[in-house]
Design a protein around this ligand. Sequence first.
Ligand code: AKB
Length: 317
Amino acid sequence: MKTILITGALGQIGTALTTRLREKYGVENVIATDIQHPETSSVVKNGIFEYLDVTDQLSMEQMVEKYEVDTMIHLAALLSATAEAKPQLAWELNMGGLMNALEVSRIHELKFFTPSSIGAFGPQTPKDQTPQLTLQRPTTMYGVTKVSGELLCDYYHMKFGVDTRSVRFPGLISYEALPGGGTTDYAVDIYYEALKNQAYTSFIDKGTYMDMMYMPDAVDAIIALMEAPSEKLIHRNAFNVSAMSVCPEDFEQAIQAHMPAFKLSYDVDPIRQTIAESWPNAIDTTKAREEWQFDTQYSLDRMTADMLEKLKTKLLK
Ligand code: AKB
């Protein structure tokens, strides 16, 4: 990776990833793009930033030519709950944007990364130790676009030789940018509300297990996968990755270890609860560990200590 173009750079992953890639590969070698451009964002202030609508293939191609890009990290997409509220828009953005990004990568011979998700699984998928290769019949529009995206990336790799790579991300927890529109967002909100109000009302029900990961581990995973030798990758689109399988009560206990007065209550959102119940409890990450040495640093307790410390500083500013 020498010159990297990131789409959706102001999103939850993009904000953390842009900062790390600028540190690692040089500020002048990371082109952050998004459809928004808030002047206050560190992504906009601290390096190259361009407006880019991913449904506009010509502009995307011009951007790649202008900066002589060799790697595309395509993040722009709607998350699960928003996609369920706006399914037509989700198809247009998630699939239209991906198709444009793959076409530009084919024409300009770019290395390519886009995230898939645990949302690519469905209610018939084995719930525990969910294998890398298994039944995927998701019942959400988000899942439909993620499975289609995995297949499309495999197709571009097999048919045109595009070096496509991807992971199935679980819920990602971070303090930089808010996720917005996801089913696993409760796992981020809970830390903000713990610090602001010492209490949180969860829209996901007690005992609902989902995979999660702390953002520094997610960013490490993207870099490790992108730097792995191509011939070592048997699965590509997309690898199961996760750091923990957790439910709301697990977060409650982890936060109470730092803030004994913290209280968790429930007001379950039926739409997001149904989505959560259609996803696995815990996926098997063996193939990622074997093929490109995927690993994580953060357990729930270590993540909680770091989240509370970093968020406290952020909220005081
Ligand atoms: C969501 O909840 O939609 C995302 C995801 C797991 O892909 N965080």
